[in-house]
Design a protein around this ligand. Structure first.
Ligand code: ZN
Length: 176
């Protein structure tokens, strides 16, 4: 069984670096397979919906994503592994929603993101793919791909007064 990896947190310079592209040759190595497995396991054990390689200390352009039906009432999506992803088109329409990050536990912020995107990436077999995404799934793409460019979600917040602790978020927004 793959181990979970220790996570980097806000303040770690690796989260501010532009991650480097992954070669096709690396995708064929057992190291890549092991890394992918460990990233998925780390994301799931932290109850996250996405994890980018800089969040486990590696400045390379790899991210994993997975959405369970229980999360915000959406359909199950993924698991999906992105290699060298880039967003090639953003809808003009934007939507505000709350985001958290596995690199900054205990905090949530209101972030505007494009409602729909088209993303291009390489899959784990080395094949180039293009995918349309909307809503929460599109938001996760944008959040994770930002990590590969050294951007964290708080950078995208137009109003820092909409930053709150998870405890207040649960009380005020989720009304739990
Ligand atoms: Zn994050």
């Amino acid at each position: 069984m793959a181990k979970t990896l220790s996570r980097t947190e806000f303040g770690n310079p690796v989260l501010r670096m532009k991650a480097r592209s992954v070669t096709q040759a690396f995708l064929k190595t057992p190291q890549f397979k092991a890394l992918e497995k460990a990233m998925l396991r780390t994301m799931r054990s932290a109850d996250g919906v996405g994890l980018a390689a800089p969040q486990i200390g590696l400045p390379v352009r790899i991210a994993v994503m997975e959405l369970h039906p229980a999360k915000k009432g959406g359909r199950k999506k993924g698991p999906l592994t992105l290699v060298n992803p880039r967003i090639i088109s953003y809808s003009k329409e934007r939507k505000n929603d709350w985001e958290g990050c596995l690199s900054c536990r205990g905090i949530r912020g209101l972030v505007p993101r494009a409602k729909d995107i088209i993303v291009a990436y390489t899959d784990t077999s080395g094949k180039k793919r293009t995918e349309k995404a909307s809503g929460l799934w599109a938001r996760i793409f944008q959040h994770e791909i930002d990590h590969l460019d050294g951007t964290v979600y708080v950078d995208r917040m137009p109003d820092m007064r909409h930053l709150m602790t998870t405890r207040e978020y649960k009380k005020r927004i989720l009304k739990l």
